[in-house]
Every structure is written in C-alpha cells, then in structure tokens.
Ligand binder design. Structure first.
Ligand SMILES: Cc1ncc(COP(=O)(O)O)c(C=O)c1O
Length: 309
C-alpha cells in the first residue's frame, strides 16, 4: 500500500558545514507518498491498523481548510477501503473552497463544516460523545494525528536511519512527531525541535501526548534532558512567513534541489542551519527529518504571487 523504502537517507554537502566535518543528512519522508507524505503516514499507520483490526468502519478526524492531515487521512482511508469523515474548521467553507478540500471530497471523505466557536469545543468529552453518536463505529483521530498511535508510528522513523548520528532536527506542530522521535532515540542522541507556532509551550504539549503512554517518569525526565526547543524560528506564527523565509526556501531549492514548505519544513531547516553555526556541532553527524507538507505550497504561491520552485 505505502512503500516506506521510498524514504531514503540523503547526504547533502553544504560547504560551510563540510568544512567543519559536519555530516548533514535528510531523511526523505516527503517521498513516502504524494498525498500521505512525510509524518502523515507515520501518524496514520497504527490508527488505520486499529480500524482494520477493530472492525471500525473508518476514521473521523479534524482540521483546517488547508490541512495536510485531512488530505492524508482521506487518501489513506481510500487506499484501504475505509470510510473517512473530516470535521473542518470554518462554516463559511465548502468542498470547493480550495484544492485540499476538493481533493478530500474526491477521495470520498465526507466533510462536515463547523464554526470556529464549535471547533474550539472539540476537546470536550461531551462534544466528542455527540459526534460519536452522529457517526457511530468510527475511530476518532485528533487533529494532526496527535494520539498514542501517531506517536508510535513516528518512533519508527529513527529506526530506519542506518548511519550513526548525534542529533535529529524536526518541525513541531502538535508535537506528536517529536514525541515519537524522542522515544526512538538512543541515550546519547539528541532531539532539536523547531515549533512553528508563536509562544508555543512545547514541553507541556509533549507531556500531554506522553501522559497516555504509561511511560515511567524517570525515563521521561532523562529523555527531556536530551531535548532542545529552538523557539525563535516561527516567523511570527503558524502559517505566517516573511520574504527572508521565502528566499531561504528558494535558495535551498536552487542549491540542493530539495523542496521545503513555508509552514513547517522551511522554518525547521532555517532554524537548523542557524543552530549548526554553533561550534559545538563541529565533527558531528546530524539528520533533518523532512516531514513533507508540499501539497499546500501551490496555494501559498498563488496567495503571495511568487513561484518558489
Ligand atoms: C509537513 C509537516 N511537518 C511537521 C508537522 C508537525 O508535526 P507534529 O504535529 O507531529 O508536531 C506537520 C503537522 O502535522 C506537518 O504537516
């Protein structure tokens, strides 16, 4: 169904880093699948398995108008013959509002549009119970695939990296991917996470995901000591971008033939390159996890009137 061998480990020679004997790798999860790309498949894999083994009819999940996660869910469910329902933030929207929603609908996802106020009620137990009543026998996956199964799927990324490395760098939204990576790392390896939201409390968000895993406190505090949050690369907040960020993405593509997106991976790569200026990285081996997100780039290009690639 999904061929994980598409995600290879690419070595990139960046002169300024090679001169300091820094080995720079990119784990190309963006190549896993055109629509279920990057961390999306990692987060959906075990949620889909739960549906298949638990005889659930399909997945109900949540997202905004341009959600990579909604599209990935629609596509993955279609592949395995499961139903999918997407609860979308914004009751002014329709299935024809943009490419992401149109494609979700084409893939058979039933879309339920709700107001922003109602969307804020989603974490409430009583709201979710009503939803379960409206759509019975569906497996509920939180926004962005942020649950235990999502985290376990992301842990597998680390196991596929076949070189010795000192640290991984990753973009952070719900923190599910970074939690999974942290679970998979060895004692001597570090995780550097780059939140794309402004004023985001990464550690508490991560603790909330770990809370349901039953992992011992001692293991957790040891793991958190190997975590660094690079919090200054959100470029004013979620889905905000500056000319500097867009030029960085364009230059990176021209130099290394690698596409990044302005919402997640562009910010993370920018933060990583800045962090690696620190001499402490001399002689180290580092891996950037390319979490995908490229399906939304076209609409951003249209909005800002520039072509990135
Ligand atoms: C392309 C991309 N990269 C990174 C992330 C952040 O991952 P997480 O939400 O697991 O922290 C997301 C959001 O899911 C994403 O769409």
């Amino acid at each position: 169904m999904i061929d994980l061998s598409n995600s290879f480990l690419q070595k990139i020679e960046i002169d300024k880093l090679s001169q300091r004997q820094i080995s720079f790798y990119i784990k190309r999860d963006d190549l896993i699948h055109p629509e279920v790309s990057g961390n999306k498949w990692r987060k959906l894999k075990y949620n889909i398995e739960v549906c298949l083994s638990g005889k659930k009819e399909g997945v109900i999940t949540f997202g905004g108008a341009y959600s990579n996660h909604l599209l990935a869910t629609a596509s993955a469910c279609k592949m395995v013959g499961l139903k999918s329902i997407g609860v979308v933030r914004g009751d002014e929207l329709t299935k024809d509002s943009n490419h992401t929603l149109r494609r979700c609908s084409e893939l058979g996802m039933e879309l339920k549009f709700i107001s922003r106020e109602e969307y804020r009620m989603i974490p409430d137990k009583s709201y979710l119970a009503d939803l379960a009543h409206e759509f019975p026998n569906m497996h509920l996956v939180p926004e962005g695939g942020a649950n235990y199964y999502g985290m376990i799927g992301c842990q597998e990324i680390v196991k596929e990296i076949e070189v010795d490395f000192n640290a991984v760098f990753v973009a952070q939204g719900t923190t599910t991917t970074s939690c999974g990576l942290l679970l998979g790392l060895k004692e001597e390896q570090e995780l550097l996470a780059i939140p794309v939201l402004k004023g985001f409390d990464s550690v508490n968000e991560m603790k909330a995901i770990f809370r349901y895993s039953g992992i011992e406190e001692e293991w957790l505090s040891n793991a958190f000591s190997r975590l660094t949050i690079l919090k200054d690369f959100h470029f004013n907040g979620y889905a905000k971008y500056t000319d500097e960020l867009l030029s960085f993405i364009r230059d990176f593509y021209l130099k290394y033939n690698l596409k990044l997106d302005p919402v997640y991976t562009g910010k993370a790569m920018y933060g990583m390159i800045k962090e690696l200026e620190n001499e402490k990285w001399n002689g180290k081996s580092v891996v950037f996890i390319h979490t995908g997100g490229l399906q939304g780039v076209e609409s951003i290009e249209k909005k800002v009137g520039v072509n990135l690639f």
